[in-house]
Ligand binder design. Structure first.
Ligand code: 15L
Length: 300
């Protein structure tokens, strides 16, 4: 049997020695492919992942709206994440979930509450009720956005959300831990930086995540036999990174794309941006300066 079991048991992870690398399973015949649900499939990251994963898994897609360019043969279930019954219908029968759904930037509290807090809880609860064994949760750098850029942080630091949106991502990480340790799900939280084809400014040179590297992280979460609960940073091979991503590397993550290859264009774009006295000092950037009413000298 290969390194990866395609039928992970729903129960406590077996203790075993973690291997240095991560071997992806070869493409299986269609009827043996895992069935994976992508929530938020109509969004930018959702549609990129749909394209990049369609040969690896049998995909089910869900979103509140129909994704642009949805193929005629796609398995699509429309669902509002705040509607538990609809979420249960969407998750039933899948082997794993990539949970991207929700509001993807700062927003009014009611919006965040509905989409990201209630929606995220519903997703995990529906996974438990329908015995979906694995969830990859799209957390965000904004769960820790109030760490200064001069600090290098790992995944064991306490959260420092920079927005209501960041609070909802910290909440999702906590719900993931509850369902992993209490109910036996295998949960991977990805504190995603900025998913794009190239980094677009100085901050993004530190936090950029190329979609193909995101695929690696998602596949580790969906397939690695040793996952119980992990937090990884969603970043490519970025020389200026503020994050220690040793946990992801231990599971075999080997990012293939380097932010510095785009340095000149990113710094030229940065030069056209206004200074942001608060946001420029913190990892979360404008999410920190937006609505800021604190003490500007308080950075630590
Ligand atoms: C995020 O979490 C957002 O979803 C994305 O739209 C970007 O704003 C990104 O963070 C970022 O920090 O650049």
């Amino acid at each position: 049997m290969g390194l990866l079991s395609l039928n992970p048991s729903y129960g406590p992870a077996k203790r075993r020695t973690r291997r240095a690398g991560f071997a992806y399973r070869a493409k299986a015949r269609d009827d043996h492919m895992q069935k994976i649900l992508i929530t938020g499939a109509a969004g930018d990251v959702g549609s990129r992942l749909t394209e990049l994963l369609r040969d690896t898994y049998r995909l089910r897609l869900t979103d509140i709206k129909i994704p642009a360019g949805l193929r005629a043969d796609a398995d699509f279930v429309a669902a509002d994440l705040a509607d538990r019954a609809a979420v249960e219908r969407a998750v039933a029968g899948v082997d794993g979930i990539v949970h991207l759904g929700g509001f993807s930037v700062e927003g009014p509290w009611d919006t965040i509450l509905h989409s990201n807090i209630i929606g995220c809880y519903n997703l995990f609860e529906a996974a438990r009720l329908t015995q979906v064994p694995r969830v990859v949760f799209a957390s965000s750098n904004h769960a820790v956005g109030f760490y200064p850029r001069r600090r290098r942080i790992g995944t064991y630091v306490s959260v420092r959300p920079d927005s209501r949106y960041g609070v909802s991502k910290a909440f999702g990480e906590a719900v993931g831990a509850l369902y992993a340790y209490k109910h036996g799900l295998r949960v991977t939280c990805l504190r995603i930086g900025n998913v794009a084809d190239a980094p677009v400014d100085r901050r993004r040179l530190a936090i950029w995540l190329r979609p193909e590297d995101l695929v690696q992280l998602v596949r580790i979460g969906l397939e690695h036999p040793d996952i119980r609960y992990e937090i990884f940073y969603g970043a490519s091979d970025n020389e200026r990174a503020w994050w220690d991503n040793a946990a992801a590397h231990r599971y075999g993550y080997r990012p293939q794309f380097r932010a510095e290859d785009f340095r000149d264009a990113a710094l030229a774009a940065q030069a056209r941006l206004p200074n942001d006295p608060v946001g420029d000092g913190y990892q979360g950037g404008t999410f920190c300066s937006d609505e800021y009413s604190g003490d500007e000298s308080a950075e630590d």
